[in-house]
Write a protein that binds this ligand. Structure first.
Ligand SMILES: NC(=O)C1=CN([C@@H]2O[C@H](COP(=O)(O)OP(=O)(O)OC[C@H]3O[C@@H](n4cnc5c(N)ncnc54)[C@H](O)[C@@H]3O)[C@@H](O)[C@H]2O)C=CC1
Ligand SMILES: O=C([O-])CC(=O)C(=O)O
Length: 267
């Protein structure tokens, strides 16, 4: 049985816990919530048979087998870096946080000191294995387009580009590098960062973000070209009801990754 600590317990976290509730090999013992939100998180977990303990920091003597981050960019600095220093292996969904200059190097150094590892989860996208293999032979270009319903861009800089309540057709709200996309859209451009880190890097991966009032799906499309040939994929993700910015596949990606640590065969 693997003992897991989960950072953040919002739309992704609760859905992951639901899927793991009867799992014999994976057990989330602790959930780390933002200070002040413990009661709310406890309330979200009230219907669970054996709810995890809700804390605001990992106790000094806790030694989980794995820590999984499902919280947001700030949680990497706050919880993942110190856990790595303590030798705890970490799985991350807020991959866009790694767009901050120097953070990749700091994570690597912390993991080296703790003699442990960091796993960046594919989350809402697929094909990361193929893209990252293609990188070995050399990539020429990677172009990514993220298209989400207009409501998914609420409370983001997209509101300065167009009136999200009034647009009646697909509207480009961002064009630029993956680094800039991840900085401006921390809750909507983690996929852009993941594709970049697997492929051509944050500065050379071209990103287009679209608010589409006619779509009910989070559509992630990318095209890669290089020595290997060419490859394109389109993933039409269903958004989570609890958070329209987030695709359901992200939840399944977390459960798959945790399962791969517990099962004899990983796939
Ligand atoms: N890689 C991918 O494909 C995707 C990654 N994400 C990432 O996952 C994050 C979480 O997504 P959702 O669960 O949908 O968001 P959410 O907003 O529903 O839940 C996040 C929860 O984490 C808590 N939280 C925030 N900062 C925290 C901190 N420093 N320490 C402890 N708890 C903290 C919040 O209070 C909230 O309860 C997003 O912010 C995004 O960075 C989301 C979707 C796809
Ligand atoms: O869940 C999604 O569709 C993707 C997402 O929010 C992100 O890339 O940050």
């Amino acid at each position: 049985m693997l003992n897991i600590t989960m950072i953040g317990c919002g739309a992704i976290g609760v859905a992951v816990l639901e899927l793991l509730e009867n799992d014999a090999q994976l057990r989330v013992e602790h959930v780390i919530a933002s200070a002040g939100s413990e009661a709310l998180v406890q309330q979200r977990l009230a219907s669970f048979k054996r709810p995890p303990q809700v804390l605001t920091a990992l106790p000094a003597d806790a030694r989980p087998d794995l820590l999984v981050e499902c919280a947001g960019h700030k949680a990497i600095e706050e919880h993942v870096l110190p856990a790595l220093e303590r030798g705890i292996a970490c799985l991350i969904v807020s991959v866009g946080a790694l767009s901050e200059l120097g953070l990749v190097e700091r994570l690597e150094a912390a993991a080296a000191r703790g003699n442990t590892r960091i796993e960046l989860l594919p989350g809402a996208i697929g094909g990361i294995d193929a893209l990252s293999a293609a990188k070995v032979g050399g990539l020429d270009s990677v172009d990514y387009t993220g298209r989400k319903p207009a409501r998914a861009w609420k409370n983001t800089p997209a509101e300065e580009v167009c009136n999200l309540d009034a647009i009646d057709q697909a509207t480009v709200i961002f064009e630029g590098s993956a680094r800039e996309a991840a900085r401006l859209y921390p809750k909507n451009a983690n996929v852009a960062a993941t594709l970049s880190l697997a492929g051509l890097g944050l500065d050379r991966t071209r990103v287009t973000l679209i608010a589409d009032p006619l779509s009910e799906e989070n559509v992630h499309h990318f095209e890669a070209r290089g020595a290997f040939g060419g490859f394109e994929m389109s993933l039409r993700g269903k958004p989570l009801q609890a958070n329209p910015k987030t695709s359901a596949l992200t939840v399944y990606s977390v459960v798959r990754a945790l399962g791969n640590h517990a099962h004899a065969i990983s796939i």
